[in-house]
Design a protein around this ligand. Sequence first.
Ligand SMILES: Nc1ncnc2c1ncn2[C@@H]1O[C@H](COP(=O)(O)OP(=O)(O)OP(=O)(O)O)[C@@H](O)[C@H]1O
Ligand SMILES: N[C@@H](CCO)C(=O)O
Length: 319
Amino acid sequence: MAVFTPLTDAQVSTFLSRFDAGSLVAVKGVPAGTENSTFFVTTDRQELVLTLFEQGEHEELPFFVELLDYLDEHRLPVPGPLHDHDGIALHSLADKPALLFPRLPGEHPHHPNLAQCRALGDALGHMHKVSQHFPGHRPNPRDLHWLLPMHHQVLAYLSPEDQALMMDEVEIYQGFFDKAPDLPQGALHGDLFRDNTLFDGDRLGGMIDFYNGCTGDLLFDLAIVINDWATEPDGRLDPERYATILAAYQAQRPLNTSERDAWPMMLRMTALRYWLSRLLVVYVDPPAHDLTPHDPDQFRTILKRRLEDGALPLPEVAS
Ligand SMILES: Nc1ncnc2c1ncn2[C@@H]1O[C@H](COP(=O)(O)OP(=O)(O)OP(=O)(O)O)[C@@H](O)[C@H]1O
Ligand SMILES: N[C@@H](CCO)C(=O)O
């Protein structure tokens, strides 16, 4: 269902001729995904992914290309976009912006094992180590500056108890982050859930779908990862996956004192960020397609658990 704009073989062939990528053998629509049209393209030389951008801020696409180029140059497992004979990556196809990527190996890990958690923590830590020097700039579109106005839009759909929970939380984050010392900054993935990674066995084949990529607090990215990768269905943290991801991450980039102090609050704020974005999809701005939306209550449950249990202790950094 993630082909919103069908393409003919002739259109794909003509598009491919701009690149040094070989001649078309086969093209196949990819059913996964909800935002863009995605195709697997086989040429006589390689396997590729063609993405047509259906929505979102098209003027921000050059930022994503610059970020992927930078991370690819720094040997992170990301799909560095192909550039054409003139060095240009971003083109138009069927009147939509289009990018061509290498197809990375692997499957999304639904139940990640500890080796996969270690690989993910290591890659994210490596990414954040180098992304602090990334020259691009795109303010985080889902941080506290977004939560503050947007949470008002969903309050009418919530029970009185949930309204109080959401309003109290947003006020607490504002009080906390207004006074907290600045946190280390860099480029973030912004949505590094399991279904935005590919694993070939225990090897991380790639981190994909960088269209929430931005610059801001690195800790925000890490908290999103922990809330998805190391959380049980009842919202509890899984101690082993938690410790494994955080130890591998900190072997690359140790958290500083301000980040350690902000950690429990960041876990809560990023849980609320997804509770809110999913509520907005369900009640305020439903997409045109009829795919089942993600369940907002999953992140309400996670938020309540973080509130009741706090965060587990952060692993100490090996010296
Ligand atoms: N470079 C790649 N290598 C291999 N598979 C890929 C690659 N890029 C995308 N895919 C596959 O295509 C699917 C859809 O891609 P993507 O997540 O970018 O789409 P989307 O419409 O933006 O989805 P989402 O709903 O996650 O925002 C992915 O789940 C993955 O299976
Ligand atoms: N990862 C998001 C969906 C894509 O932005 C969620 O689980 O709500």
